[in-house]
Design a protein around this ligand. Structure first.
Ligand code: UDP
Ligand code: MG
Length: 320
């Protein structure tokens, strides 16, 4: 563990560490740092940009920014480990710096940097987390993204019993207490949107209107979103296991009833012409249920496997 460092040129103003993941965002690095300089001029700040295995010039841009301003730091992953792993690396690095607030935000300028001061000022002895909540009113987003996002939060809340409001994003400010909580308790397969509400730490919300992405395209593909949703649900709920238990028991009960019916028909000497279709239906029904249960158990086993392995959540190849 590195020694705790102080912020350079620490003034009497509050100090902020920004934690920013970047994946193929070469056009956004300079613009992001520029915006930070403008909006956080009254604060002493540092930003750590985590290059999540970009294949474009993101790292070169980070190195350039770091060369121009020593408040800009970079961490480079050896490959793409995902947004949550990047945030985790940023949090671990940020914990070596003593600051008043730690803010997570995207590099693509969609999380309004001008709101960071307000977020930081909302932190106090009682409020450990200020959570950004996206207001999508009047925004042109695809129906699929809107629908799947809304569904996810509903299903997550239903299954885990942890309430996540729709529009909760990874734009948030934390105090040292909340940061230490994350450091000490984060899963390898992190899902901060679930972990923070789970913690019950006092949180206030700040609504924001996300800006449109000016440069580049969204890096959150459908596959990445599904993976995130899956690790969220599997990481915070064992209820799917019970769904399969109920379904399995129901099928078993039905097949037993059917079996009893056949025995009774035989016993009273009635002619039994057990149809081909019903046999196939039973086989398929039971087979399907078993596969479903096996699948769900497999997911949990996989999760346990990941958590038990000593393998790290990410590998750093360079720092600046
Ligand atoms: N990102 C990342 N690793 C990934 C995908 C995304 O570090 O595998 C970063 C990305 O560079 C951005 C943030 O995570 O700073 C949010 O991603 P994006 O803007 O593509 O998602 P959206 O805003 O479309 O949901
Ligand atoms: Mg974005």
């Amino acid at each position: 563990m590195e020694e705790k460092r102080n912020m350079p040129e620490l003034q009497s103003a509050k100090s902020i560490v920004l934690i920013t993941p970047a994946y193929n965002e070469e056009e956004n690095i300079q613009a992001f740092v520029h915006e930070v300089k403008i909006h956080l001029s009254d604060y002493s700040w540092m930003v750590v940009i985590i290059d999540d295995g970009s294949s474009d010039n993101t790292w070169k841009e980070i190195e350039r920014s770091a060369g121009e301003d020593k408040r800009v730091k970079g961490i480079r992953f050896s490959r793409n480990f995902g947004h949550q792993a990047a945030i985790k690396a940023g949090v671990e690095w940020a914990s070596t710096i003593e600051a008043d607030a730690y803010v997570m935000l995207d590099v693509d300028l969609q999380h309004p940097i001008d709101l960071v001061p307000q977020m930081v000022e909302m932190l106090n002895d009682e409020v450990h987390i200020v959570q950004g909540r996206r207001n999508d009113e009047g925004r042109k987003i695809s129906f699929v993204k809107k629908f799947t996002s809304a569904m996810f939060y509903k299903v997550f809340t239903l299954l885990s019993g942890i309430r996540i409001e729709g529009g909760t994003s990874d734009f948030r400010a934390l105090d040292r207490f909340a940061l230490d909580f994350i450091i000490n308790n984060i899963d390898k397969d992190a899902f901060l949107r679930g972990m923070l509400p789970w913690s019950g730490l006092q949180t206030e919300e700040l609504c924001y209107f996300p800006k449109e992405r000016v440069n580049g395209v969204s890096k959150f593909t459908m596959r990445k979103m599904c993976n995130l949703a899956m690790s969220g649900i599997i990481g915070y709920s064992t209820r799917p296991l019970y769904i399969s238990l109920v379904l399995g028991s129901l099928c078993l009960l039905l097949s037993l009833m059917y079996f009893a019916y056949v025995v009774i028909i035989l016993a009273i000497g009635k002619e039994t012409a057990i149809g081909w279709a019903s046999t196939i239906a039973c086989i398929l029904g039971l087979g399907g249920t078993q596969l479903l249960i096996l699948g769900i158990m497999g997911i949990y086993l996989g999760k346990m496997f990941t958590e038990l392995k000593p393998r790290p959540a990410y590998v750093i190849s360079q720092t600046v």
